[in-house]
Design a protein around this ligand. Sequence first.
Ligand SMILES: Cc1ncc(C[n+]2csc(CCOP(=O)(O)OP(=O)(O)O)c2C)c(N)n1
Ligand SMILES: [Mg+2]
Length: 172
Amino acid sequence: MDNYVYGLTKKQTSPTSPQGFKSKTDPTGSIDRPINPMKQLLASGATFIARTHAAQVKHMVDTFERAILHDGFSVVECLSECVMFYEGSFDDSTPRKGGVYDIIDETQHDVQDDVAAYQLADLPSPGKFGVFYQTQRPTKNAMEQKWIDSTQAKLGGASQKDILRKRLEIMR
Ligand SMILES: Cc1ncc(C[n+]2csc(CCOP(=O)(O)OP(=O)(O)O)c2C)c(N)n1
Ligand SMILES: [Mg+2]
């Protein structure tokens, strides 16, 4: 969830605040260049990377659903206006405020193409929404299955929950 500001602590510049944003830490406007979270996520190795908007509820829920169903490390960047400390931050992507909610056309964008995803991440605000990148790689879950299987076999077919309970008892 990103709102371009440190909100809970009442309006300081955050790593994603645009240059010029006036806050308690930058009363004359912030001078640091903001980070690009979507580019950082692409470099992180996540295999499902999408962007949505908290005011676009159907798109947000559909995107979360796809992220949850993806077998791997999924991240959704959700832009969410802070009406208290950064009013209007996402008006340019909010249709009822005159903005454009530009959803990626997945017939035109190859979600497996990380370079294309990087280019989408580089678009200036309001940018694009939807799935930037999705690929399938062997997951940690698949790789640890052999340990789970051998432990279950040793413990006479105990359930994963019982194995966890036993482990926690040992650690107590
Ligand atoms: C390591 C660390 N440093 C400082 C804080 C104090 N702190 C609590 S909330 C907050 C701001 C959070 O801003 P953000 O993550 O943008 O969430 P928002 O309040 O905008 O929803 C800070 C700095 C903290 N919790 N942890
Ligand atoms: Mg914030």
